[in-house]
Design a protein around this ligand. Structure first.
Ligand code: NAD
Ligand code: ZN
Length: 238
Protein backbone atom coordinates (compact mmCIF):
# COMPACT_ATOMS: atom_id res chain seq x y z
CA UNK A 1 0.00 0.00 0.00
CA UNK A 2 2.93 2.39 0.83
CA UNK A 3 4.03 2.34 -2.76
CA UNK A 4 0.55 3.03 -4.16
CA UNK A 5 0.00 5.86 -1.70
CA UNK A 6 3.31 7.38 -2.71
CA UNK A 7 2.22 7.15 -6.36
CA UNK A 8 -1.15 8.68 -5.54
CA UNK A 9 0.52 11.53 -3.66
CA UNK A 10 2.65 12.32 -6.72
CA UNK A 11 -0.37 12.17 -9.01
CA UNK A 12 -2.26 14.61 -6.79
CA UNK A 13 0.74 16.92 -6.70
CA UNK A 14 0.87 17.07 -10.49
CA UNK A 15 -2.88 17.24 -11.12
CA UNK A 16 -4.78 20.47 -11.53
CA UNK A 17 -8.27 19.14 -12.18
CA UNK A 18 -9.19 16.26 -9.89
CA UNK A 19 -12.66 14.78 -9.57
CA UNK A 20 -13.66 12.39 -6.81
CA UNK A 21 -16.41 9.88 -7.47
CA UNK A 22 -17.60 8.00 -4.41
CA UNK A 23 -20.15 5.76 -2.83
CA UNK A 24 -21.33 4.26 0.43
CA UNK A 25 -17.81 3.08 1.36
CA UNK A 26 -16.82 6.71 1.95
CA UNK A 27 -19.28 6.86 4.86
CA UNK A 28 -18.78 3.43 6.49
CA UNK A 29 -15.97 4.90 8.58
CA UNK A 30 -18.49 7.47 9.82
CA UNK A 31 -20.55 4.51 11.06
CA UNK A 32 -23.11 4.36 8.24
CA UNK A 33 -23.39 0.86 6.78
CA UNK A 34 -23.02 0.39 3.02
CA UNK A 35 -25.16 -2.00 0.99
CA UNK A 36 -22.73 -4.56 -0.42
CA UNK A 37 -19.67 -4.37 1.84
CA UNK A 38 -19.14 -7.08 4.47
CA UNK A 39 -21.31 -5.37 7.12
CA UNK A 40 -23.69 -3.98 4.51
CA UNK A 41 -27.45 -3.80 4.69
CA UNK A 42 -27.78 -6.51 2.04
CA UNK A 43 -26.56 -9.05 4.56
CA UNK A 44 -29.28 -8.20 7.05
CA UNK A 45 -32.51 -10.09 6.81
CA UNK A 46 -35.69 -8.18 6.11
CA UNK A 47 -39.05 -9.33 4.84
CA UNK A 48 -38.10 -7.69 1.54
CA UNK A 49 -34.65 -7.10 0.05
CA UNK A 50 -33.47 -3.48 0.49
CA UNK A 51 -33.46 -2.78 -3.26
CA UNK A 52 -37.17 -3.64 -3.31
CA UNK A 53 -38.04 -1.55 -0.24
CA UNK A 54 -36.06 1.37 -1.66
CA UNK A 55 -37.91 1.15 -4.98
CA UNK A 56 -40.42 3.69 -6.22
CA UNK A 57 -43.17 1.06 -6.59
CA UNK A 58 -42.71 -0.05 -3.00
CA UNK A 59 -42.75 3.57 -1.84
CA UNK A 60 -46.03 4.23 -3.65
CA UNK A 61 -47.76 0.98 -2.68
CA UNK A 62 -46.35 0.28 0.79
CA UNK A 63 -45.57 3.78 2.01
CA UNK A 64 -45.85 2.91 5.69
CA UNK A 65 -43.42 -0.03 5.47
CA UNK A 66 -41.08 2.03 3.31
CA UNK A 67 -40.91 4.66 6.03
CA UNK A 68 -40.36 2.08 8.78
CA UNK A 69 -37.23 0.90 6.96
CA UNK A 70 -36.20 4.37 5.85
CA UNK A 71 -36.40 5.90 9.33
CA UNK A 72 -34.68 2.89 10.86
CA UNK A 73 -31.81 2.58 8.36
CA UNK A 74 -31.37 5.81 6.43
CA UNK A 75 -31.28 8.34 9.25
CA UNK A 76 -27.69 9.61 9.19
CA UNK A 77 -28.37 12.95 10.88
CA UNK A 78 -26.32 12.13 13.98
CA UNK A 79 -23.27 10.86 12.08
CA UNK A 80 -20.13 12.91 11.58
CA UNK A 81 -17.89 13.15 8.50
CA UNK A 82 -14.90 10.79 8.33
CA UNK A 83 -11.26 11.56 7.62
CA UNK A 84 -12.01 10.99 3.92
CA UNK A 85 -14.75 13.64 3.84
CA UNK A 86 -12.48 16.15 5.59
CA UNK A 87 -9.43 15.45 3.40
CA UNK A 88 -11.57 15.92 0.29
CA UNK A 89 -12.73 19.27 1.64
CA UNK A 90 -9.09 20.30 2.12
CA UNK A 91 -8.25 19.18 -1.41
CA UNK A 92 -11.16 21.27 -2.71
CA UNK A 93 -9.97 24.29 -0.76
CA UNK A 94 -6.49 23.86 -2.26
CA UNK A 95 -8.09 24.36 -5.69
CA UNK A 96 -7.11 20.97 -7.09
CA UNK A 97 -10.36 19.11 -6.49
CA UNK A 98 -13.04 20.48 -8.80
CA UNK A 99 -15.97 18.24 -7.91
CA UNK A 100 -17.19 15.49 -5.63
CA UNK A 101 -19.68 13.26 -7.36
CA UNK A 102 -21.37 11.00 -4.87
CA UNK A 103 -23.93 8.23 -4.85
CA UNK A 104 -24.44 8.87 -1.14
CA UNK A 105 -27.54 10.50 0.22
CA UNK A 106 -26.24 11.26 3.72
CA UNK A 107 -25.10 14.88 3.28
CA UNK A 108 -21.73 14.22 4.95
CA UNK A 109 -19.60 15.89 2.27
CA UNK A 110 -21.44 19.17 2.85
CA UNK A 111 -21.26 18.65 6.61
CA UNK A 112 -17.47 18.41 6.19
CA UNK A 113 -17.51 21.75 4.34
CA UNK A 114 -17.28 20.65 0.69
CA UNK A 115 -19.01 22.95 -1.77
CA UNK A 116 -18.99 21.36 -5.24
CA UNK A 117 -20.94 18.23 -4.44
CA UNK A 118 -23.06 16.47 -7.06
CA UNK A 119 -25.51 14.12 -5.40
CA UNK A 120 -26.44 11.63 -8.11
CA UNK A 121 -28.96 9.87 -5.88
CA UNK A 122 -30.31 12.90 -4.06
CA UNK A 123 -30.23 13.55 -0.33
CA UNK A 124 -32.16 12.69 2.81
CA UNK A 125 -31.73 16.37 3.72
CA UNK A 126 -34.38 17.48 1.22
CA UNK A 127 -37.98 16.30 1.23
CA UNK A 128 -41.01 17.46 -0.69
CA UNK A 129 -44.77 17.18 -0.47
CA UNK A 130 -45.98 15.15 -3.43
CA UNK A 131 -49.09 17.36 -3.71
CA UNK A 132 -47.93 20.95 -3.24
CA UNK A 133 -44.12 20.58 -3.44
CA UNK A 134 -43.60 22.25 -0.05
CA UNK A 135 -40.08 21.63 1.30
CA UNK A 136 -39.39 19.78 4.55
CA UNK A 137 -36.04 19.12 6.25
CA UNK A 138 -34.79 15.71 7.34
CA UNK A 139 -35.58 16.30 11.00
CA UNK A 140 -39.25 16.80 10.15
CA UNK A 141 -39.35 13.49 8.29
CA UNK A 142 -37.39 11.40 10.79
CA UNK A 143 -39.30 12.78 13.76
CA UNK A 144 -42.73 12.29 12.20
CA UNK A 145 -44.96 9.43 13.29
CA UNK A 146 -45.77 6.94 10.56
CA UNK A 147 -45.91 8.38 7.05
CA UNK A 148 -44.77 12.03 7.11
CA UNK A 149 -47.51 14.33 5.86
CA UNK A 150 -47.54 17.89 4.63
CA UNK A 151 -49.77 20.54 6.21
CA UNK A 152 -51.88 20.22 3.02
CA UNK A 153 -52.36 16.52 3.76
CA UNK A 154 -50.06 15.30 0.97
CA UNK A 155 -47.45 12.61 1.49
CA UNK A 156 -43.87 13.81 1.83
CA UNK A 157 -41.24 12.06 -0.30
CA UNK A 158 -37.51 12.22 0.33
CA UNK A 159 -35.57 13.81 -2.55
CA UNK A 160 -33.76 10.50 -2.95
CA UNK A 161 -33.58 8.62 -6.24
CA UNK A 162 -35.34 5.34 -5.52
CA UNK A 163 -34.75 2.23 -7.61
CA UNK A 164 -36.87 2.60 -10.74
CA UNK A 165 -36.61 6.39 -10.74
CA UNK A 166 -34.52 8.45 -13.14
CA UNK A 167 -31.51 10.46 -12.09
CA UNK A 168 -31.79 14.23 -12.26
CA UNK A 169 -30.69 15.23 -15.81
CA UNK A 170 -29.02 18.43 -14.70
CA UNK A 171 -26.90 16.75 -12.02
CA UNK A 172 -26.02 13.87 -14.34
CA UNK A 173 -24.97 16.19 -17.18
CA UNK A 174 -22.87 18.38 -14.92
CA UNK A 175 -21.19 15.33 -13.39
CA UNK A 176 -20.31 14.07 -16.87
CA UNK A 177 -18.87 17.48 -17.80
CA UNK A 178 -16.69 17.48 -14.69
CA UNK A 179 -15.41 13.98 -15.43
CA UNK A 180 -14.70 14.76 -19.10
CA UNK A 181 -12.55 17.74 -18.08
CA UNK A 182 -10.68 16.03 -15.24
CA UNK A 183 -7.01 15.08 -15.46
CA UNK A 184 -7.35 12.72 -12.49
CA UNK A 185 -10.39 10.73 -11.40
CA UNK A 186 -10.30 9.18 -7.94
CA UNK A 187 -13.03 6.61 -7.46
CA UNK A 188 -13.55 5.43 -3.90
CA UNK A 189 -15.81 3.38 -1.66
CA UNK A 190 -18.17 2.15 -4.31
CA UNK A 191 -18.87 -1.34 -5.62
CA UNK A 192 -19.52 0.25 -9.04
CA UNK A 193 -22.52 -1.99 -9.54
CA UNK A 194 -25.31 0.59 -9.48
CA UNK A 195 -26.29 1.80 -12.94
CA UNK A 196 -26.28 4.38 -14.46
CA UNK A 197 -23.92 5.90 -11.86
CA UNK A 198 -21.19 3.35 -12.64
CA UNK A 199 -21.25 4.25 -16.35
CA UNK A 200 -19.92 7.75 -15.58
CA UNK A 201 -16.35 6.44 -15.48
CA UNK A 202 -16.47 5.84 -19.23
CA UNK A 203 -16.44 9.61 -19.83
CA UNK A 204 -13.03 10.02 -18.24
CA UNK A 205 -10.34 11.09 -20.73
CA UNK A 206 -7.61 12.14 -18.29
CA UNK A 207 -4.29 10.61 -17.32
CA UNK A 208 -4.92 8.91 -13.99
CA UNK A 209 -7.79 6.74 -12.93
CA UNK A 210 -7.36 5.78 -9.28
CA UNK A 211 -9.61 3.23 -7.63
CA UNK A 212 -9.76 2.84 -3.85
CA UNK A 213 -12.14 0.16 -2.59
CA UNK A 214 -11.92 -2.60 -0.03
CA UNK A 215 -13.40 -5.20 -2.35
CA UNK A 216 -12.67 -5.75 -6.00
CA UNK A 217 -14.83 -3.91 -8.53
CA UNK A 218 -15.73 -4.69 -12.16
CA UNK A 219 -13.59 -1.69 -13.22
CA UNK A 220 -10.31 -2.60 -11.47
CA UNK A 221 -8.69 -3.63 -14.74
CA UNK A 222 -9.02 -0.19 -16.35
CA UNK A 223 -7.54 1.78 -13.43
CA UNK A 224 -3.93 3.03 -13.30
CA UNK A 225 -3.77 2.42 -9.57
CA UNK A 226 -6.00 0.09 -7.58
CA UNK A 227 -5.86 0.16 -3.79
CA UNK A 228 -7.87 -2.45 -1.92
CA UNK A 229 -7.71 -0.81 1.49
CA UNK A 230 -9.86 1.25 3.80
CA UNK A 231 -10.25 4.60 2.09
CA UNK A 232 -9.82 6.45 5.41
CA UNK A 233 -6.36 5.03 5.96
CA UNK A 234 -5.39 5.88 2.37
CA UNK A 235 -6.47 9.53 2.73
CA UNK A 236 -5.00 9.72 6.22
CA UNK A 237 -1.60 8.67 4.86
CA UNK A 238 -1.59 10.99 1.88
P1 NAD B 1 -22.15 -0.44 -2.17
O1 NAD B 1 -22.70 -0.78 -0.83
O2 NAD B 1 -22.68 -1.16 -3.34
O3 NAD B 1 -20.58 -0.68 -2.15
C1 NAD B 1 -19.77 -0.11 -1.18
C2 NAD B 1 -18.34 -0.53 -1.47
O4 NAD B 1 -17.50 0.18 -0.59
C3 NAD B 1 -18.07 -2.01 -1.27
O5 NAD B 1 -17.50 -2.54 -2.44
C4 NAD B 1 -17.09 -2.06 -0.09
O6 NAD B 1 -16.06 -3.00 -0.29
C5 NAD B 1 -16.51 -0.69 -0.10
N1 NAD B 1 -16.15 -0.17 1.22
C6 NAD B 1 -16.87 -0.22 2.36
N2 NAD B 1 -16.22 0.42 3.35
C7 NAD B 1 -15.05 0.84 2.81
C8 NAD B 1 -13.95 1.56 3.32
N3 NAD B 1 -13.90 1.95 4.60
N4 NAD B 1 -12.91 1.83 2.48
C9 NAD B 1 -12.93 1.42 1.18
N5 NAD B 1 -13.95 0.74 0.66
C10 NAD B 1 -15.01 0.47 1.45
O7 NAD B 1 -22.27 1.14 -2.32
P2 NAD B 1 -22.43 2.03 -3.63
O8 NAD B 1 -21.55 1.53 -4.70
O9 NAD B 1 -22.35 3.43 -3.18
O10 NAD B 1 -23.92 1.76 -4.11
C11 NAD B 1 -24.93 1.68 -3.14
C12 NAD B 1 -26.13 2.58 -3.34
O11 NAD B 1 -26.75 2.71 -2.09
C13 NAD B 1 -25.80 3.97 -3.75
O12 NAD B 1 -26.65 4.25 -4.79
C14 NAD B 1 -26.15 4.88 -2.56
O13 NAD B 1 -27.09 5.85 -2.97
C15 NAD B 1 -26.86 4.01 -1.59
N6 NAD B 1 -26.31 4.07 -0.21
C16 NAD B 1 -25.95 5.26 0.34
C17 NAD B 1 -25.43 5.29 1.62
C18 NAD B 1 -25.03 6.63 2.18
O14 NAD B 1 -25.55 7.65 1.77
N7 NAD B 1 -24.08 6.67 3.12
C19 NAD B 1 -25.28 4.13 2.37
C20 NAD B 1 -25.68 2.91 1.78
C21 NAD B 1 -26.18 2.90 0.48
ZN1 ZN C 1 -48.39 19.78 0.60
Amino acid sequence: MENSIEKLRKIIEKSTNIVFFGGAGVSTESGIPDFRGKDGLYHLKYKYPPEEILGIDFFLNNTEEFYQFYKDKMNSLEYQPSITHYKLTKLEQSGKLKAIITQNIDGLHQKAGSKNVYELHGSIMRNYCMECNHFYDAKHVFESRGVPKCKCGGIIKPDVVLYGENLDDHILLNSIKKIINADTLIVGGTSLTVSPANTLIQYFRGDNLVLINQDETPFDHIANIVIHEKIGSVFDNL
